[in-house]
Each structure stands twice: as structure tokens, then as C-alpha cells.
Design a protein around this ligand. Structure first.
Ligand code: FAQ
Length: 334
């Protein structure tokens, strides 16, 4: 679209908006241009509401599905201490899901509707959780690489323009930092253990590194949502910018761990001041996000089973809330 066409469209849409709505749009534009926060009470364009509902709910679904590969190891963790730490981490992920569903609900879509979208296979969740956690070292790799990527992606989201999302992210990022340290520590112990343990750590890193880089989303030229999300101050950096930041951060950490990253093209580029890295397998990414990864079917089956097995808990909670409401009404009436 050229500039006169865009001006014409804007004039038409301004005329279509009522005066009040135009004032609301102006106020929204002002909030964004001042880098202030949009709150649930504020008017917002439908596109902004839709984009945030999509991103925040997908993020919530990722936290909930992300519990599965790790929960798989709670009973097999090598000591009581490791078991307790892992259990706490998995509980944290459930908490993150709760903060995020709450933030998403403030945009107007109830949590049960969002949840149903996941159960019906209509909503995405992060590609990374469709890979299996095969060995104990995978729990280390998930903590170090997956939580590491999550932190890199999510710290800028603490400044997202939508208040409830940004505030939820602050707490989530603090907890993710513990999670990453936990993964680092598992890998460090393994890589300084027996040759077999070191090999197990290396094998886990080899399998999780590429999929962790894909957590940042498709390359910028194939990312349909980035431009608008950045204009609305939801995303602060593009997918490729964050991916590069992550690679730069992980190279020295891998050296400190005594492990290698599985990329023969990884090389410091003096001119750019960044590491160059090899091409990722985007066909695999597309296949995973369209439901054909190694564990998509298993993850969804487990989620659906957990949802139906948990029906009695939801019913009991609803009944308790109803009773409390009746009790409080009685007290007020008395
Ligand atoms: N997996 O236009 P873009 C965690 C989809 S939490 C699946 O670039 P956008 C904690 C995307 O939705 C991990 N789908 O999209 C933890 C879109 O599809 P749609 C989750 C992906 O939104 C650790 C399409 O591709 N983190 O790890 C992925 O601007 C350990 C086009 O992409 C978040 O959700 C992917 N990797 O940028 C838990 C962070 N990438 O909806 C347990 C918040 C892209 O149009 C254990 N989200 N897609 O049909 C974001 O920052 C963004 O949504 C991006 C994607 C960067 C993920």
C-alpha cells in the first residue's frame, strides 16, 4: 500500500469510528508512543486484544504442557534432593501457567475457553515441549537451554505494553533464573563425572540445542506477527535478535560446562561482534508446530486425560465457591 492509499484508509476508518472511540484510539496511540502501560480498563484496538490473547494464552499453554517432560523424571530423579528440586520446578511451571491464564482472562476471554482451544488442538504451545526427555541429563539440558532461552525471550516481555502480562513476566523471570541454575548444576556435575556421565550430558545438549534455538520463533522474514507486535510494544526485539543474543550468551557457558554446542558453523565474527551460527532445520520446526513432532500426540493425550481426571476438583472448587458466596450473603443480610 502506498502512502496516499494508507492516508485514505486511515481517514475512512477515522470516519467510521464514533467520536468517543476516536478519542479512545488517540489515547491508546498516546500510551503506546509514550511507552506507557495499557490496562484492562483501557480501550484497545481489537487487533491488539487478539494478538495478546493469542500470545499470552499460548505462553500459558506452553507452561502447562512443559510440565510433562520434566514430571516424567520426578520418580526417577537420582536422589531425594534432586526429586524435591524437580518437583518444586514443575510446580513453578504450573504457577506460571496460572499467572498467565489470569493475565489472558483480563483481555476478555475466560480461562475455560482458552483451555478448550488447547484441548481441541486449535491453540499452539511451544515447539520445544514436543521433544522427549530421555535421560536424566535431559532434565539438565531443559533447565540450562530451555529455561535459558525462555529467560532470554521473556526478560524483554517484562516491559510489554500490556500491564497484566508485563507484571506476570517479572515474577516468572525471577523463577526461571533459578530453573536455569538448576539445569546448569545438573549438567556441570555430569560433565565433571564419569566419561559415561559426560557423554550423557553432551548427548542431551546435542539433542536440545537446535530445538531451543527454534523456541524464539521463525526467522524474521517468516514471522507474520513480529512487526505489529513490536509496533505495539508487546515484543521489544525480533525473533532473530533474541536468538542471536541467546547464542552469544550460551557459547561461554558451554565452555564453562566443558561441553560443546552441536554447530560446526559456530564462529566468532569480529566484524559483527556476535557469533555466526549455522542454519536451523525450519522444515522440522514447521512439522512440529503443525502437530507432527516426536511427542505431540502423547502430550495432548496426557493433557486431555489430566483435564478429565481433574473434573471433580473443578466441581468441588465451584461448589465451595458457591457455598462461600451464599454464606457471605447470609452474613451481610444478617
Ligand atoms: N513454538 O509471527 P511469529 C517456557 C508460532 S515457556 C510453537 O514469530 P509471535 C518455560 C506463533 O505462535 C515457552 N509455535 O509469532 C518453561 C505463530 O503462530 P500463530 C513459551 C511457535 O507470536 C521452561 C507463528 O508461529 N514462551 O519455555 C513458536 O510474534 C521449561 C508465527 O510466528 C512463550 O510463549 C514456537 N517456538 O512470536 C516451561 C513466550 N514460535 O499464533 C517448562 C511468549 C512461533 O500465528 C519447562 N511468546 N510460533 O498461529 C513469544 O515471545 C512469541 O509468541 C514467540 C513467537 C517469540 C514465541
Amino acid at each position: 500500500m502506498n502512502a496516499p492509499q494508507a492516508d485514505h484508509l486511515k481517514a475512512v476508518s477515522d470516519a467510521a469510528l464514533g467520536e468517543d472511540e476516536q478519542a479512545a484510539q488517540n489515547y491508546f496511540d498516546q500510551l503506546i508512543s509514550e511507552d506507557s502501560r495499557v490496562e484492562p480498563r483501557d480501550w484497545m484496538p481489537e487487533g491488539y486484544r487478539k494478538t495478546l490473547t493469542r500470545q499470552v494464552s499460548q505462553h500459558a499453554h506452553s507452561e502447562i504442557i512443559g510440565m510433562q517432560p520434566e514430571a516424567n523424571w520426578i520418580t526417577r530423579a537420582p536422589s531425594l534432593k534432586r526429586k524435591a528440586i524437580l518437583m518444586a520446578k514443575v510446580q513453578d511451571e504450573a504457577g506460571h501457567g496460572l499467572y498467565l491464564y489470569s493475565a489472558a482472562e483480563t483481555l476478555g476471554t475466560p480461562r475455560d475457553v482458552l483451555n478448550q482451544q488447547l484441548l481441541d488442538g486449535k491453540a499452539k504451545y511451544s515447539s520445544i515441549f514436543n521433544y522427549p526427555a530421555r535421560t536424566w541429563a535431559d532434565i539438565g539440558a531443559i533447565g540450562w537451554l530451555v529455561d535459558g532461552a525462555a529467560i532470554c525471550n521473556q526478560v524483554p516481555l517484562c516491559r510489554a505494553s500490556y500491564g497484566p502480562y508485563g507484571r506476570a513476566m517479572v515474577r516468572i523471570c525471577k523463577e526461571e533464573s533459578f530453573h536455569q541454575r538448576q539445569g546448569w548444576e545438573i549438567l556441570y556435575e555430569l560433565s565433571h563425572g564419569t566419561p559415561e556421565q559426560k557423554q550423557m550430558a553432551q548427548d542431551a545438549v546435542n539433542r536440545f540445542y537446535g530445538p531451543a534455538l527454534q523456541m524464539f520463533g521463525p526467522p524474521d522474514e517468516d514471522s507474520p506477527n513480529s512487526k505489529q507486535s513490536m509496533a505495539w510494544n508487546i515484543k521489544r526485539f525480533s525473533n532473530d535478535e533474541l536468538r542471536q543474543r541467546f547464542v552469544d550468551m550460551m557459547v561461554p557457558q558451554a565452555e564453562a560446562l566443558g561441553l560443546t554446542l552441536p554447530d560446526p558453523d559456530l564462529k566468532w565474527n569480529e566484524e559483527r561482534g556476535h557469533y555466526d551460527y549455522g542454519k536451523l532445520d525450519w522444515n522440522e520446526f514447521k512439522s512440529v508446530i503443525s502437530g507432527h513432532g516426536p511427542c505431540n500426540v502423547q502430550r495432548m493425550q496426557r493433557r486431555r486425560a489430566a483435564h478429565s481426571e481433574g473434573a471433580w476438583v473443578r466441581e468441588a472448587a465451584a461448589e465451595y465457591a458457591r457455598k462461600m458466596e451464599a454464606h457471605n450473603a447470609e452474613l451481610i443480610g444478617a
